[in-house]
Design a protein around this ligand. Structure first.
Ligand SMILES: [Zn+2]
Ligand SMILES: [Zn+2]
Length: 334
């Protein structure tokens, strides 16, 4: 399911129990709850809420949903400072990446949310609370305690923001359904060396399907060739040419940010800030027209095999982007 520009995932076991991975932008709790009820039924609450990392677009509804469902939230220990009010993330680098999403980054909240009494640490043995046959992998770089989730049996990867399947800095790409492997969202990535190691680690798994925090799921040879290229050419295609964290990472530990490199001058002239505002208006329009579209298509989408509008029966469907209709998964709850 997509909330505005970020995905979250409902992942089920064969017995119908399930977990929620990430929780969308702030204000999406009601939509997520509705979707969950449609898929799993009213009384089937998740075993756990799992966070790939603590950025605001992945944790927006975490607190509300954890309270509503009385479900624990799990995250990596190195992500806890930003989820328990201890530390802010390093400042975003809006001088990198290009595009409206990056220019608008300075408006994104970076203050930590506080999930103190609800948050738990992911188990050391790599197992995933509430999910059978999955393991979590530490994939830092985009954030220090970033994790991805992997199911060995069918080589399904929930990436988080370790890499994207759209160009996350470009508003046009974020709102289109074009599938393309890109590096992590540049404006929020404070450690490029670690980010490179993390995509290497994920590529070594040879995933068959990869579902990322931003963009549509990808699979098969298209995924493989593009992921190979990302790993091979990472410093050319993913790392920005200039920027605050390009030559020196932010230093972070289990209590939060220790030090950050000095700011670099922002090459974005004022005229582009205005363009950013125009783009923001465009985004609002895009979200509105998506909503209009999806309500027109609602009837048809109820008959689609992989739509989350369908009540789940038996084994939950896997992610199959080739058979799937992007609208059905992503835009019914914009
Ligand atoms: Zn992120
Ligand atoms: Zn994100």
């Amino acid at each position: 399911m997509k909330t505005v520009f970020v995905n979250l995932y409902f992942v089920a076991n064969p017995d119908g129990s399930w977990v929620l991975i990430d929780t969308g932008v702030p204000g999406s709790a009601t939509k997520i709850k509705q979707a969950a009820e449609e898929i799993f039924g009213k009384d089937n609450r998740p075993q756990a809420i799992l966070l790939t990392h603590g950025h605001f677009d992945h944790t927006g509804a975490a607190k509300e949903l954890a309270e509503e469902w009385k479900a624990p939230i799990y995250a990596h220990p190195l992500e806890l400072p930003y989820l328990t009010g201890l530390s802010s993330y390093p400042p975003p680098d809006s001088s990198v990446g290009g595009g409206a999403m990056a220019y608008m980054a300075f408006t994104y909240p970076k203050k930590p949310i506080n999930l103190k009494d609800k948050i738990k640490v992911l188990p050391n043995d790599g197992s995933v609370p509430g999910l059978q046959g999955w393991r979590w992998l530490h994939t830092p770089g985009h954030s220090p305690g970033h994790v991805s989730f992997y199911k060995d049996e069918d080589r399904t990867l929930i990436v988080g923001d370790a890499f994207c399947t759209c160009h996350a800095e470009s508003a046009i790409s974020v709102f289109s359904n074009k599938r393309e492997v890109h590096g992590p969202p540049a404006y929020f990535t404070p450690d490029w060396g670690s980010a490179h190691h993390s995509v290497e680690k994920l590529n070594d798994l040879n995933p068959e399907v990869a579902a990322s925090g931003h963009g549509m799921p990808m699979r098969g040879s298209e995924l493989k060739s593009q992921l190979d290229r990302l790993v091979h050419d990472f410093w050319m295609v993913a790392v920005p040419k200039h920027g605050r964290y390009v030559h020196e990472p932010a230093v972070m530990d289990e209590s939060g940010v220790v030090s950050v490199p000095p700011p670099v001058s922002n090459p974005v002239p004022k005229v582009l800030a205005v363009a950013g505002a125009v783009a923001a208006a465009g985004l609002a329009w895009a979200a509105f027209s998506n909503r209009k579209n999806s309500s027109q298509q609602k009837h048809a989408s109820q008959n689609r095999p992989y739509s989350h509008n369908r009540v789940m029966q038996g084994t939950p469907p896997g992610i199959d982007p080739n058979q799937d209709d992007p609208q059905a998964h992503t835009n019914n709850y914009p």
